[in-house]
Write a protein that binds this ligand. Structure first.
Ligand code: FAD
Ligand code: SF4
Ligand code: SF4
Length: 478
């Protein structure tokens, strides 16, 4: 078959169709529609098959992007799926929620002048097709190896590791304090970015492979880490970071000021059919309220867009830097604006107004200052620039830190970094406790799903090496 590549000069970039902003406000369904086969082929054929593919270098999984684009352009979708799934445990999820503008697509060489190849959308199309046609199978082992691994945390890091270890023949047990599998993919990220049925479909495949889930099991409370070390040959900690950074200032303790993750978890639970007391009482329901979200990251964007869908009277995002310096994806800002969210850039809260419950926020204008050692510009208030915004629900999205992990796990010898995340050996992924490994946000700090997948896969490879060494040593000692 002749290769129809290098079409970027002739074929313009087309992203998947997006539903209209007004229609999107009415439900929580994903906002992008799927490519059809012809468009996926045409878009994949725009790739110029670079000798040094910068897209691949900037993908945390080092996905073999040029190869699966070429196979997709040739209509060889089953092979494209084989190549794409060889390095990515959940390509249909990454295709939807990776910030491609900062990773693969932002580094596509034809971006300059011709608009990048729509890598994420093609990756999603390939894997969705693979699911439709039954090519996606559970990660079954060829043979059991008689050894077991315990994984704490059923987020993307823990699940990616679970799949890899099961393939090697380990009995894999995944413990999670939540009642559902998926970590932030189930209770953090809203449906309009990632529908929950996709996470549940992955869970079913892992269960079919024989992986055993223990939901509702908090390690540190229901079982100790020492219990798990006695049960399993190795333990992987993939528990993420959940301690919300607090907001200070006068009035910060008023009713109606809530942390982002509690708000999003309640919204996600409700969509999953749970009864959520704080939602039913109105405490975490934005309907009819003037909502103010403080923060400029992806979590803040998820909050503003959730509030819009819940029927808020108005939704405003307050961020102390400008649009160009916000940590979140610019694509998500554009989506939020289309859905009716107002942004107050270069603005920071100073005080929260109200008697018992919040009624407004006094804010101040900020200006960008000199760059610090990291190159990031600092911010300082503009004198005399105060203003007041009405608000009956304030959602704080200022980022997350790790808990006090040695205390939480009852292991004083568990070493942590200055940021409180788990310290690991960068090659072996092992913590300061022998046989205990760690991966994902609990090591990196709040990051991305794609990085958690990468870490989970790498940690699984290191656990396999460790377990083989233990087995060989046991044989030698006999
Ligand atoms: P998590 O996904 O946090 O999973 C950790 C799991 O461990 C949880 O299920 C938790 O219940 C469990 N756990 C914790 N402590 C214990 C314990 N003691 N015992 C038992 N279980 C425990 N990334 C993207 O790439 N794209 C996005 O669009 C995106 N949007 C986001 C939106 C929001 C609102 C948030 C908060 C994050 C978002 N992220 C996004 C980041 C991404 O979700 C995380 O980086 C990723 O989920 C980290 O994976 P993880 O496996 O390390 O941890
Ligand atoms: Fe791009 Fe993410 Fe897919 Fe890598 S995993 S190719 S960064 S969308
Ligand atoms: Fe294709 Fe762009 Fe990657 Fe080059 S950088 S291989 S053009 S997707």
């Amino acid at each position: 078959m002749s290769t129809p590549m290098l079409q970027f000069v002739r074929v313009p970039q087309q992203t998947p169709d997006k539903r209209e902003g007004t229609a999107r406000r009415a439900d929580f369904r994903e906002i992008y529609t799927e490519f059809d086969a012809a468009r996926a082929r045409a878009q994949a054929s725009r790739c110029s098959q670079c000798g040094v593919p910068f897209c691949q270098l900037h993908c945390p999984l080092q996905n073999n992007i040029p190869d699966w684009l070429k196979l997709a352009a040739e209509g060889r979708l089953e092979e494209a799926y084989e190549v794409s799934s060889a390095t990515n445990s959940f390509p249909e999820i990454c295709g939807r929620i990776c910030p491609q503008d900062r990773l693969c697509e932002g580094n596509c060489v034809i971006e300059k002048g011709f608009d990048s190849v729509t890598i994420g959308a093609v990756e999603r199309f390939i894997t969705d097709t693979a699911f439709d046609r039954g090519w996606v199978t559970p990660p079954l082992p060829r043979a059991e190896n008689g050894m077991s691994v315990g994984i704490v945390g059923a987020g993307p890091g823990g699940l990616a590791a679970a799949g890899e270890l099961r393939r090697h023949g380990y009995a894999v047990h995944v413990y999670d304090r939540y009642d559902r599998v998926g970590g932030l993919m189930i209770y953090g990220i809203p449906d309009f970015k990632l529908e929950k049925r996709l996470v549940q479909r992955r869970q079913r495949l892992l269960e079919q492979a024989g992986i055993v889930f223990h939901p509702g099991t908090d390690i540190g409370r229901d079982l100790t880490l020492a219990d798990l070390r006695a049960r399993h040959g190795a333990v992987l900690l993939a528990t993420g970071v959940y301690r919300a950074r607090a907001l200070g200032g006068p009035g910060a303790g008023l009713a109606g000021i809530v942390p982002a993750l509690g708000y999003l978890t309640a919204a996600n639970r409700r969509l999953l059919g749970d009864r959520v007391a704080e939602f039913e009482s109105g405490a975490l329901d934005a309907a009819g309220r003037e909502v103010l979200v403080i923060g400029g990251g992806d979590t803040a964007m998820d909050c503003v867009r959730t509030a819009v869908r819940q029927g808020a009277r108005s939704v405003t995002c307050l961020y102390r830097r400008d649009r160009a310096n916000m940590p979140g994806s610019l694509r998500e800002v554009a989506n939020a604006e289309e859905e009716g969210v107002a942004f107050r850039w270069l603005s920071a809260p100073e005080a929260f107004l109200g008697d018992m419950a919040v009624t407004g926020v006094r804010a101040v204008r900020m200006q960008l200052g000199q760059p610090d050692a990291s190159g990031r510009q600092g911010v300082e208030p503009v004198e005399g620039s105060h203003f007041t915004l009405p608000a009956s629900l304030v959602i704080t999205a200022l980022g997350f830190d790790a808990e006090d992990l040695p205390v939480a796990f009852g292991e004083p010898a568990l070493a942590v970094t200055r940021r409180g995340t788990l310290a690991i050996d960068p090659v072996s992924f092992m913590t300061s406790l022998p046989g205990v490994f760690a991966a994902g946000d609990i090591v990196r700090g709040a990051s991305l799903v794609v990085w958690a997948i990468r870490d989970g896969r790498d940690a699984a490879a290191q656990i396999h090496t460790y377990m083989q060494q233990i087995a060989e040593a046991a044989v030698a000692a006999e």
